[in-house]
Write a protein that binds this ligand. Structure first.
Ligand code: BG6
Length: 424
């Protein structure tokens, strides 16, 4: 049986006990004196781990941090948790990170990417670094290409103020998709310390082959949804959702990326994300190469494929060839080794934020983002965004579809196709 909560998290008595320790205190960032009340509460406990989670827009980070400093609330045991977006390009992200650095050491800053808190994302590391099987086959000798897709059913209704002018590249690719790419492509860290994990991820981000000028047009597709629908339900387009008459903000991106390293330079990474698509699904596809020699005359052998589904299910699927047991002849057919973690006994779906906050309290930064990762990611994203501003190639796709035809053309040009999981 799957559940979102552990038994003790559903127990009303345990919840009541927990709530006894929750003390709401209101502060106003325009009024420094209002922080005195917070200080009074915090000083009741002499040496606590203090974790400040700023659920405010980044333009206020420095002001809040300044007030915490002024009120002497920042101790060596204090941590600051902040959310994306850390800026909208490299220079703006540096301004934010510099401002935070005025008040906190890098070791005290916990930048959240909630994808890293997802159970299957952590499982990705367990799978890669806990199995010799994958260690041997994790490079260009064995792998043909990799796809990373985050498809969303939702549109941007209600989030227009944030989304307009930001778009899918900065909202999803700069952070979530590049983080997944790091976890797939990074070398094994020497140990699980956050320093070593960050170091390996930064190496990957810095090795992303820059896309500039015409290479951007050739290797990327951007698009916006227009009215459409799924299952007879009419769904509005981006312009209606944002109440705009005109916009060039993309709600869909597909990019062919490369990593300049011995391991990966010959393996394309196809990244894709979009809103108002036909399904809600995040998955990574590792497409292995064909067997060296097909010794089965007249039979088409499908190359092995490992699918790591992050959501809606948490599962691993290994697509293989096996003998067809319904045939006496040596006939092969594709079969799937399917491991659904949520169907395992005792399994429950952990919340990404639960894991991340527990880690922050424990002082474990390995699932958080180092400032150098933020910088390296923007460094790769900025020229793409700049080129898009110059070129006018915003495609359109109907809500409820799989995105624009141009995204299919991008991968088809290499003789490949997007892989969609099908239930057995
Ligand atoms: C957020 C983006 O970071 O991630 C949203 O700002 C997006 O636009 C969301 O919808 C997707 O997260 P999840 O966990 O629902 O896949």
């Amino acid at each position: 049986m799957r559940s979102n909560l552990l038994d003790e998290e559903k127990d009303p008595q345990a919840i009541a006990e927990f709530l006894k320790h929750v003390i709401p205190v209101q502060v106003d960032i325009e009024n420094a004196a209002s922080f005195d009340n917070l200080k009074a509460h915090l000083l009741q406990n002499p040496n606590p781990v203090r974790l400040f989670y700023l659920a405010v827009p980044p333009v206020f980070y420095a002001q809040v941090a300044g007030l915490l400093k002024e009120k002497q609330l920042i101790t060596s045991n204090t941590r600051l948790v902040v959310e994306k977006p850390i800026g909208f390009d490299l220079p703006s992200s540096e301004i934010i990170n510099d401002a935070l650095a005025d008040y906190f050491d890098e070791e005290q800053i916990y930048r959240i990417d909630h994808y890293l808190g997802k159970e299957t994302v952590q499982n990705l590391l367990a799978m890669r670094f806990g199995n010799s099987l994958f260690e041997r086959f994790w490079d260009a000798h064995a792998i043909d290409h990799i796809q990373i897709s985050i498809n969303e059913r939702v549109g941007v209704k209600g989030r227009a103020d944030y989304y307009e002018g930001i778009g899918a590249l900065k909202d999803m690719v700069q952070n979530h998709l590049l983080q997944l790419l790091c976890l797939i492509a990074m070398e094994s860290p020497n140990d699980l310390t956050s320093e070593n994990i960050h170091c390996e991820k930064i190496k990957v981000l810095k090795a992303l082959r820059p896309l500039t000028g015409d290479a951007v047009n050739k290797n990327s597709v951007r698009a916006q949804y227009v009215a459409g629908g799924l299952n007879d339900q009419v769904e509005s387009g981006y312009l209606e959702d944002t109440e705009l008459t005109q916009s060039s903000t993309e709600t869909f991106v597909a990019i062919k990326a490369h990593i300049n390293s011995w391991t990966w330079s010959k393996v394309p990474f196809y990244l894709r994300t979009g809103k108002r698509l036909s399904n809600q699904r995040a998955e990574i596809v590792i497409q292995f190469k064909d067997v060296s020699l097909n010794i089965y005359p007249d039979q088409l052998l499908q190359a092995n494929r490992l699918v790591i589904q992050l959501q809606p299910e948490e599962r691993l699927q290994l697509h293989m060839m096996a003998k067809d047991r319904e045939s006496l002849a040596t006939q092969l057919k594709p079969v799937i080794l399917d491991l659904n973690f949520l169907e395992q006994k005792g399994s429950y779906r952990s919340f990404a934020y639960k894991r991340l906050f527990l880690d922050a309290v424990d002082g474990n930064r390995s699932l958080f983002i180092h400032r150098d990762e933020v910088a390296a990611a923007w460094q790769w994203i900025d020229p793409i965004a700049q080129q898009w501003q110059k070129s006018n190639d915003l495609h359109l796709y109907r809500a409820g579809t799989d995105g624009p035809e141009a995204a299919d053309a991008l991968i088809r040009a290499d003789g490949r196709e997007w892989f969609e999981t099908t239930e057995e």
